[in-house]
Structures are given as structure tokens and as C-alpha cells.
Design a protein around this ligand. Structure first.
Ligand code: ATP
Ligand code: MG
Length: 393
């Protein structure tokens, strides 16, 4: 029945000076997300998706519900601005009759008229349309402005008239790409994909960096990371890079020279240092992690202080810092990463877990431990950077 989808966006509508720039990025993301299925255009305050075929509607709806920056959207019947009143009634009847078939009996008619040059007031149009639809449905509907089960809406724009009966929720937020490109440290666990998604929803375009420790981590772990990045890519609509860097030689050096309890903190510091370099080389403006306060030993505030110190110039964004695990899992399920994250395969930190990890690290002592890695550590870091694989997902 529907070949057109009307798209609404709230937050970007208030970004005065930048409005057009935001809109253009959202439009490009929408075009990317529906790709081969149709086209998209914008007009004042709305965007319109036109599908090549009605049969793509379900798929298009699914994809649009993933695009950050969209507040809501509606499959619509489209008429030209110059259409006759009879055509408006006829299309409204199509939706009303479908409503009856679905067992709906209480109707509300709502008219929005952004094009103020259209004759009549919104209230007049509402009343007239409700009257005609009701009588043509042999009064099988009642009308109520409060307790209705069919909201029949008509929006009148300069570029067309749209009739619809549903408003589907978007994920809101800001169009991905408007806040810059960030590098997300992806572990393969539940948290880091959720953290990446939350940044995306605030306008970031995300690329991923993961450290691996062959032979402790293998192809299975790699496939898991690619699957997560591929799933998350749906939300930003554009391609994404996955950087895979080996950590094993650095881990072995840390294992050989430093106190066992310091291992996790030192591994993390090295990850951060390498990630910051990769971010700089690629023009990414922030790092993202899935850390959550006190969730595990490495995430006490003291240990986070020791880890954070390794990044000198970029902000480290931790969207989950105050989240409860249950909340994180709920989001992971919604965005489709949970089932991938729980696949059981080793990650690089589990390879050399200390028996008794340090709970309250002290930065000065951590720095002393790190000193023990010199000078070899510099070459190892250089070599890890050189061996970093870049996968276009
Ligand atoms: P997650 O569920 O994201 O794995 P976690 O609760 O298991 O998080 P940690 O293993 O302590 O917590 O990791 C904390 C954060 O450090 C991760 O969310 C991720 O951002 C980063 N991280 C951990 N391991 C790696 C890795 N091998 N490669 C890249 N980043 C990592
Ligand atoms: Mg983890």
C-alpha cells in the first residue's frame, strides 16, 4: 500500500546556523541506509523516502529505525499539492477501511498545514474530512479526540499532501558524522559495542580498534569482531574501518618484567597508547571504551586514573561509566550485538589474566613498572603499529 515514507527529525531542527549541514548529512545517511531500494529528498522540516517497490516497505522501515537523527517516521500515501478534495477523501478512506478490517472503531482526524497558503484552517479540514470519511464508512466509526484507535493524519506541504495512520519511533539523537570520527576500542565483549552505538547516536562516525594475541586469539575472535562492526555499521550507514593490532609481544615483555598484579593496567595503557597513535594518523578526534565504574578490577576509579594517563591528547569517552550491566544488556539486545558478543572466544586480555589483579593502582608505581619495559617497548609498539591490519567493513 505504501511506497513513500515521511521522516521527521527534532533535535537537528533547532541547530539554527548549522541546520542545512545537519540535514544534508542526515539525508546522505538515509540514502546510504536505503541504498538500492529507492531515493530520498528533503523539504522544509521533513524528508521523504520514495521506494521503487511497495514490497520493500518492511525492510526500509527496519533500516530507518536504525538511523540516528530520525525522531519518527510514517509510511504515507502521497498526493500532489494540487490534488482535488475527492482524491484526499479517497486516500483517507483507504486507510479508514483498512482500520475497520483491523477492528478499529474510534477515529481521530488530525490535520497539519505547514503550507499556510492551502485554503481553510486545520480545524476546518479536520472536521470536513472526518465527516466525509465517517459517512462513507456508514458511520461504523465513532470520533474521539482522546480515546481513539485510529489516528488518521493529513499533512499539507508545498511539495505534497501526505496521509497516514502510524508514527514509528526513530532512535533519535544526531546524524552520524556530525560529531566527527572516533576510534572505539572493541574487545568482543558486551559493553564496547553498546558504547560505540551510544556515541554514534550522538553524531559520531565510529571506527574500531581491537588488540589480539595470536595464538591465544584466533580466526574465531577476528570473525566475531568483524560481525560486531558489520552489525553496528547499520546505524551509521557508511563504511567503517576495523584496525586489528597485535599485542602479544608487548604482553610477553610485560609478563617477563613486571609484577603480575600490574599486568592488566599495563596492557590497557599500551592499548591506549597505540590507539591514540592510530587515531591521530587517521584524523579521529576521540577514543571510546566500554568501561563502567568498578565493574571489574581494572575499572576502579584508581585504575581508570592509571589507564587514562596513557592517553595524552584525545578525550576518552566512556558512555557506560555509570550504567548498570542490565541496562547495557538491554541495549545490546536491541541493537543486535548481544548474540554476537556472547559467542565464547578468547580475547587478548584473558590470555594472561593475573591471579590477583591490583584493585587500587597508584600512578607513580605504575610508571615505575612501565619503566622496566624500556627500551625494547618502543620498538615493540612501533612494530605493533606496523603490523596493524585495516579491514574495511
Ligand atoms: P567489554 O564487554 O566491552 O569487553 P568488559 O566489561 O569486558 O568490556 P574489560 O574487558 O575490562 O571490560 O574492557 C574494558 C574496555 O577496554 C572495553 O570495553 C574495551 O573498550 C577495551 N578493551 C578491552 N579489551 C580490548 C581489546 N582486546 N581490544 C580493544 N579494546 C579492548
Ligand atoms: Mg571484555
Amino acid at each position: 500500500m505504501f511506497r513513500n515514507i515521511l521522516v521527521r527529525y527534532d533535535e537537528i531542527a533547532i541547530k539554527k546556523g548549522n541546520r542545512e549541514w545537519f540535514e544534508n548529512i542526515l539525508l546522505a545517511n538515509i540514502r546510504n541506509s536505503i541504498a538500492e531500494m529507492g531515493s530520498a529528498s528533503k523539504f522544509r522540516g521533513r524528508m521523504l523516502v520514495e521506494l521503487k517497490s511497495e514490497s520493500d516497505l518492511e525492510d526500509a522501515v527496519k533500516r530507518l529505525s536504525f538511523v540516528p537523527g530520525i525522531s519518527s517516521f510514517s509510511p504515507v500515501l502521497k498526493l500532489s499539492r494540487e490534488c482535488s478534495w475527492e482524491e484526499i477523501v479517497e486516500k483517507s478512506l483507504v486507510l479508514a477501511k483498512k482500520g475497520l478490517e483491523e477492528g478499529r472503531t474510534v477515529m481521530k482526524v488530525i490535520c497539519n498545514r505547514p503550507d499556510k497558503s492551502y485554503p481553510g484552517t486545520s480545524i476546518e479540514i479536520q472536521k470536513k474530512l472526518a465527516g466525509e470519511v465517517l459517512s462513507k464508512c456508514e458511520n461504523r466509526f465513532k470520533v474521539s479526540m482522546k480515546d481513539y484507535d485510529l489516528g488518521l493524519e493529513i499533512e499539507i506541504h508545498k511539495s505534497g499532501i501526505f496521509i497516514f495512520n502510524s508514527k514509528l519511533p526513530g532512535i533519535k539523537g544526531l546524524p552520524s558524522g556530525t560529531a566527527g570520527e572516533f576510534l572505539s576500542l572493541l574487545s568482543g565483549g558486551i559493553d564496547s559495542p553498546v558504547a560505540s552505538f551510544l556515541c554514534m547516536r550522538r553524531g559520531a562516525r565510529i571506527h574500531y580498534m581491537s588488540f589480539h594475541s595470536p595464538p591465544y586469539t584466533g580466526e574465531e575472535s577476528m570473525k566475531k569482531l568483524i560481525d560486531i562492526a558489520r552489525q553496528l555499521k547499520k546505524f551509521q550507514g557508511s563504511s567503517t574501518k576495523l584496525f586489528i593490532a597485535p599485542l602479544i609481544d608487548i604482553q610477553l615483555l610485560i609478563k617477563a618484567r613486571c609484577f603480575e598484579s600490574y599486568r592488566t593496567i599495563l596492557f590497557r595503557r599500551m592499548m591506549f597508547k597505540i590507539a591514540e597513535k592510530i587515531a591521530f594518523e587517521n584524523g579521529f578526534t576521540a577514543l571510546v571504551t566500554g568501561e563502567s565504574l568498578s565493574q571489574v578490577a581494572s575499572q576502579t576509579i584508581e585504575n581508570l586514573t592509571c589507564i587514562n594517563d596513557a592517553v595524552k591528547k584525545l578525550p576518552v569517552i566512556r558512555p557506560l561509566i555509570t550504567s548498570e550491566k542490565g541496562e547495557t544488556i538491554e541495549i545490546a539486545r536491541k541493537i543486535g550485538t548481544f548474540d554476537i558478543s556472547i559467542r565464547n572466544c578468547p580475547d587478548s586480555c584473558t590470555a594472561f589474566l593475573p591471579k590477583m589483579p591490583l584493585i587500587r593502582g597508584d600512578l607513580e608505581k605504575v610508571e615505575q613498572e612501565e619503566k622496566k619495559l624500556e627500551p625494547e617497548i618502543f620498538d615493540l609498539m612501533e612494530s605493533s603499529l606496523k603490523k596493524t591490519r585495516i579491514i574495511d567493513v
